[in-house]
Ligand binder design. Structure first.
Ligand code: ZN
Length: 320
């Protein structure tokens, strides 16, 4: 016997496993609780239980109110959750977060070869991620995906964190971060740093005192060119020999900073406002219409964005 305490002293567990009338098996936990279940749920969820609870082996078990009693090595809290997973009770992501950090859920599922309940957990997490959690709280999804061994979702969540600066990540004792280990947090920060480096490089948005405009083909030493990406798209930005207003200089400075913003938010997209800002300055030098210049800049930015995405996709998320 696993449990030394007499069966007579056992306490009935919590709902929905508290009714011996709606069960054909009692599961006895290490803290001497009895959880009443239908054998079929366990048999269906676990080849381990399927072989243990075959008809003749159940005959030799102790009885409680006529039900065979099967003793397990888990405590009440762990087993209650496992049984809920097996019997399709509703389970929320918040519960997964709490119980997984306080009980050995994945180890127990492994031990009992419970693939379907494991898949059920994955479905619950995926569904929450898709509905809004991935966009709102990618660190929470990352923690859950790591805890419940979903490497593809972990990578997707890590990529999603790139839309924020590390300084904007939730921190402290936030409930949603409880699945995230300190080590994984550090790995994620390193991944973010590395992605920031390659994104700035791939974006290659820089002001240079030379270039050849990819739109109008002009090439002049008196022009300052804005280089967009690594494929050689440059556009005439301003004439260096003209004196500028203070407002103009602020615009040039703002344009010069656009590329550097990829360091803090490697997953960012160059915004419509930023394209408008570049276009507003470039249009008077490049000679085309507003529409032509904006379309050309948008096209170059789209290519640049592809290059950034590609560079980020090559950064390994080292988790082991
Ligand atoms: Zn031009």
């Amino acid at each position: 016997m696993l449990v030394q305490t007499p069966l007579a002293d056992a306490i009935v567990g919590a709902s929905p496993f508290d009714d011996p009338e709606r069960a054909d098996l009692a599961v006895r936990t290490t803290d001497n609780r009895l959880l009443f279940v239908y054998k079929a749920h366990l048999v269906e969820a676990s080849p381990f239980f399927a072989s243990l609870l075959s008809d003749d082996s159940a005959d030799g078990l102790e009885k409680y109110k006529g039900l065979p009693v099967f003793s397990v090595f888990e405590d009440n809290r762990t087993m209650h959750f496992i049984l809920r997973l097996c019997s399709s009770c509703a389970i929320t992501v918040a519960e997964l977060l709490t119980v997984a950090t306080e009980c050995p859920i994945t180890d127990t599922l492994d031990k009992y070869l419970m693939e379907a309940p494991q898949e059920r957990i994955a479905d619950i997490i995926r569904e929450a991620a898709t509905s809004s959690l991935l966009a709102q709280d990618p660190l929470c999804v990352f923690g859950l995906a790591r805890m419940y061994r979903m490497p593809d979702l972990a990578l997707e969540a890590a990529r999603q964190t790139l839309n924020m600066a590390v300084s904007e990540w939730p921190s402290g004792r936030r409930e949603s971060l409880r699945a995230l280990s300190g080590l994984d947090y550090q790995r994620l920060v390193r991944y973010h740093d590395k992605c920031g480096q390659v994104a700035v490089e791939a974006a290659g948005i820089e002001l240079k005192p030379w270039g050849t405009c990819f739109r109008c083909d002009s090439s002049s030493t008196v022009y300052q060119y804005l280089h967009l990406g690594r494929r050689g798209f440059a556009i005439d930005l301003y004439n260096k020999n003209v004196s500028f207003s203070y407002e103009d200089m602020l615009k040039f400075a703002a344009i010069g900073r656009i590329g550097e913003m990829f360091r803090n938010r490697p997953g960012r997209k160059v915004s419509a406002e930023e394209i408008e800002l570049i276009c507003g300055v470039a249009v008077s030098q490049c000679g085309g219409t507003q529409w032509e210049v904006r379309a050309a800049i948008q096209w170059a930015v789209d290519r640049l964005q592809e290059d950034v995405d590609l560079a980020i996709s090559r950064v390994p998320l080292s988790l082991e």
